[in-house]
Design a protein around this ligand. Structure first.
Ligand code: ZN
Length: 412
């Protein structure tokens, strides 16, 4: 059973609208055949021999495994087994029976068509091996071979600091260093806001633009600017050298997802989307247009409830944008009025597998409906007290100043 498609969870960052439409009409026809041959010669006492075994990647669409094997009697059965390197609570081994006509020497292959299963991110690793049987009842299981599904359309350079490695191919080293600094600052700020820290190394693939990045994806959406493959501890973002400011925001957003997912990982339940996206969006820093959007929706009595925001956001742009804005505002509300220690307790409750309502109730004493009411009241109070200049803005400015001070202190 292949679990890759089901287990992959993507998070996306929006492109600036002007950039997004520019790429909408571009067809992604880039495909490069990578051939990574792994010659092995295994002769078992049984009499079954492996003459050739290899995996070939047609990134990002396909992965073809092929085998030549022989025996002194007919080979009757060949099975391919593979295991993708990803964060999982179960050891998932996929197995495929290969169709063959029994013969003393067989050449077989099987193609993993990722258009049917969902793809693997750049740099994903897997192990594969063969189980071969012959007519005399002999069985040979080959040793596992490691394969890396690299995006070899580009020549990648890399830069590592702490648990973050940036891979990039366009722009000089100062470009990568600037992005790395943003990533490191984001980790400090996130630890201050939530107490959560990066536990496992993260690979950050910086494509030269969104078009290049979408060439690495099976079903790219035209507005996708960045993706966090949280089960693979991998992030892919398209950032041109002229787009560094946007790029830093996208890195901060996706890195926040990665930290939160590593911290809350458990086999029982996931996170409510408003918490996940809210923390990622909040990490990016103040956002005046999001704030205005929430105020406007509150004034027009069309805020989306916290319960609704716990499920995946609307596919409609306007509702989706409001969902991100509200999620950010909810995090700001929780951090401003209840502080970091409770946020850490909330994330810990999710790590222990609590349901959405249970986790909130346990830490704050209210459930999702209670949170919605309190937060909505705070928004309307801000509107009536200081039209156009909400109280939370001051609170946030103060918090941001404090964070900056602490952040600088830590960096020294
Ligand atoms: Zn996100």
């Amino acid at each position: 059973m292949n679990m890759v498609g089901q287990q992959r969870k993507d998070h996306v960052a929006f492109l600036p609208a002007r950039k997004a439409w520019r790429f909408a009409c571009l067809a992604l026809l880039v495909s490069l055949l990578l051939v990574v041959a792994t010659p092995v010669l295994v002769r078992a006492e049984s009499g079954i021999s492996v003459l050739k075994s290899k995996a070939e990647a047609d990134f990002p669409l396909k992965l073809t495994f092929s085998l030549s094997a022989g025996s002194n009697v007919d080979i009757t059965e060949v099975r391919l087994r593979y295991m993708v390197d990803q964060v999982s609570f179960a050891r998932v081994i996929s197995e495929t029976f290969i169709e063959l006509k029994p013969a003393p020497e067989v050449d077989v292959s099987w193609t993993w068509d990722m258009r049917k299963t969902g793809g693997l991110p750049t740099g994903a690793g897997l192990k594969y091996w063969w189980v071969i049987k012959d007519a005399a009842g002999n069985k040979l299981e080959t040793p596992p071979l490691q394969f890396q599904f690299d995006d070899d359309r580009y020549t990648w350079r890399h830069l590592t600091q702490g648990k973050v490695t940036i891979y990039w191919y366009r722009g000089d080293e100062s470009f990568a260093r600037e992005l790395m600094e943003a990533a490191q600052d984001a980790l400090i700020k996130l630890a201050l806001d939530t107490g959560a820290v990066l536990e496992k190394p993260v690979k950050l693939y910086i494509y030269a633009n969104s078009q290049d990045m979408r060439g690495a994806m099976i079903f790219p959406q035209e507005w996708t600017g960045g993706v966090a493959f949280t089960r693979f501890n991998t992030i892919a973002i398209g950032i041109s050298t002229s787009q560094v400011t946007w790029g830093k925001g996208a890195i901060i957003h996706e890195l926040a997802h990665q930290v939160i997912h590593q911290f809350t990982l458990n086999p029982f339940s996931g996170l409510p989307v408003w918490l996940d996206e809210g923390l990622a969006t909040y990490s990016e820093g103040p956002n005046e247009s999001y704030r205005a959007l929430v105020q406007k929706a509150a004034n027009e009595d069309r805020l989306i409830s916290v319960r609704s925001l716990s499920s995946p956001f609307s596919a409609y742009a306007e509702q989706s944008y409001l969902s991100y804005a509200e999620s950010r505002s909810l995090i700001e509300f929780l951090l401003t009025y209840y502080g970091q220690a409770k946020m850490l307790r909330l994330l810990t409750a999710f790590r222990e597998g609590s349901t959405y309502d249970q986790a909130l109730q346990q830490v704050y004493g209210f459930d999702m409906d209670g949170l919605y009411k309190l937060w909505r009241d705070s928004i309307s109070k801000q509107t009536s007290r200081l039209p156009g200049i909400p109280l939370a803005a001051f609170a946030f400015a103060g918090a941001a100043g404090l964070l900056l001070g602490i952040g600088l202190a830590v960096r020294r």
